[in-house]
Write a protein that binds this ligand. Structure first.
Ligand SMILES: *[C@@H]1O[C@H](CO)[C@@H](O)[C@H](O)[C@H]1NC(C)=O
Ligand SMILES: *[C@@H]1O[C@H](CO)[C@@H](O)[C@H](O)[C@H]1NC(C)=O
Ligand SMILES: *[C@@H]1O[C@H](CO)[C@@H](O)[C@H](O)[C@H]1NC(C)=O
Length: 417
């Protein structure tokens, strides 16, 4: 008896000892990340504005400030793959930023961000090489964590190329521990479940060791890509909703709003659903060339407030009718069961005309307070469009491949117990 009890307890104690408790990502992180838009462009001679270089990150940081992104919460400026030399320093074993593209080094880049109230993220890989073929962290977790901490890095995205998929669950926690041992709080973004799509996953362990985690394919600049991610989240919502919480969020990947692949309606769908899912809001776009309408979507304070709601509750699809899907999450004021809620009413028809959808204030939608709800339209500057009491209906027109994002706020919530 004693012997088997010990065997059961022992792994539990080890797992507990390396859990992630860094105090970060209490709400989903917001910022900018180079990958989707800038990939692995390293030819600065011919593509000076597009290449992965300190100039790119500084210019984007300057736009975050000048155009108001920082003020609404976008604070991380994140380097992705292809920033280092192809070999480690052969004396110290450390990663080295390419001196041609990062002449001042990563520490100076971090300082540039910190001086401006921003944060710096960096990229590594848990395997032998990064996806772009640069040195990976396998065998170097402590050295790399220490290097990143000394440079003043605030976030690490750890990819999973060149790593046996069976090893993911053992390897990713090693970096959790290595980061912790540096003493510097570094937000840890894991790609672990993204390499195990369709396999059985231990989300308890993922949530315990990572602040955010990618769990599906890389996003591309296309509506089909955004839809496939939404569908993946919808299919897995029962599992996903249970694991998300302050400090630990699912990451459906970057916001591609402002690039070439989405209409304005589709851009609103991405922003609305990422808010409902309590997802990181990491833009990957050219902030120097972005259009005004796209910028307004990304800067929408009402939508951002939903994403950043301090309860950190992940939403899910609550209703489906014909081409319409309704996604919802509770937000503050949150007094279960008659809590305030946000609804994203998505029209999946492509082409044709806008069509009406009727929302019924029902228990099923969590709208059961007798006092009723004020309903506002978050993409229309939070304009009041009606009051809903139990049994009432509200009809809205939704554009094809578009969304209407409504907030139902409990009436007189402050006086309710
Ligand atoms: C390291 O982990 C301990 C225990 O989980 C926690 O109290 C501490 O804040 C962590 N430190 C960092 C820098 O993450
Ligand atoms: C170390 O790296 C440098 C530059 O990459 C190279 O010239 C040198 O030969 C290497 N030294 C050893 C001992 O491998
Ligand atoms: C709301 O809509 C439902 C279903 O369409 C209908 O049965 C009900 O009578 C409507 N309620 C009101 C108050 O109009």
């Amino acid at each position: 008896m004693t012997r088997s009890a010990t065997l059961v307890l022992f792994p539990f104690l080890i797992a507990g000892a390396i859990a992630l408790e860094n105090g970060l990502a209490r709400t989903p992180p917001m910022g900018w990340l180079s990958w989707q838009r800038y990939r692995c462009i390293t030819d600065c001679k011919n593509r000076p504005n597009d290449c992965i270089s300190e100039g790119l990150y500084k210019r984007m940081a300057d736009r975050l400030i000048a155009d108001g992104y920082r003020d609404v919460g976008y604070e991380y400026v994140n380097v992705d793959d292809c920033w280092s030399l192809l070999e480690r320093d052969n004396v110290t074993g450390r990663l080295v930023a390419d001196p041609a593209r990062f002449p001042n080094g990563i520490a100076a880049l971090a300082e540039y961000m910190h001086d401006r109230g921003l944060k710096l993220g960096i990229y590594g890989d848990a395997g032998t090489k990064t996806c772009g073929g640069y040195p990976g962290s396998e065998g170097y977790f402590d050295v790399d964590a220490q290097t990143f901490a000394e440079w003043g890095v605030d976030m690490l995205k750890l990819d999973g190329c060149y790593l046996d998929t069976d090893a993911m669950a053992d390897v990713y926690p090693k970096m959790t521990r290595a980061l912790n041992e540096t003493g510097r709080p570094i937000l840890y973004s894991c790609s672990w479940p993204a390499y195990l799509i369709g396999k059985k996953l231990d989300y308890e362990s993922i949530q315990e060791h990572c602040n955010i985690w990618r769990n599906f394919n890389d996003i591309d600049d296309a509506w089909t890509s955004v839809k496939s991610i939404i569908d993946f989240y919808k299919t897995n919502q029962r599992t996903f909703v249970q694991v998300a919480k302050p400090g630990a969020f699912h990451d459906p990947d970057m916001l591609i709003i402002g690039n070439f692949g989405l209409s304005l309606d589709q851009a609103r769908v991405q922003m609305a659903l990422w808010a409902i899912f309590a997802s990181p809001l990491l833009m990957s776009n050219d902030l120097e060339k972005i259009g005004r309408a796209e910028r307004e979507i990304l800067l929408n304070r009402h939508v951002i407030a939903v994403n950043q709601d301090s309860d950190g509750i992940m939403g899910s699809m609550v209703e489906k009718s014909g081409d319409f899907e309704v996604y919802s999450r509770p937000v503050r004021p949150n007094r279960k069961p008659s809590t305030s809620r946000v609804f994203a009413i998505m029209n999946r028809v492509e082409g044709g005309a806008p069509s009406p959808y009727t929302l019924c204030a029902s228990d099923q939608l969590g709208l059961s307070s007798g006092r009723g709800y004020y309903v506002t339209d978050l993409f229309a500057n939070n304009r009041l469009i009606g009051v809903l009491r139990p049994g009432d209906n509200l009809t809205v027109e939704v554009n094809p491949s578009g969304v209407v994002l409504l907030k139902a706020t409990l009436i007189d919530a402050d006086s309710e117990q």
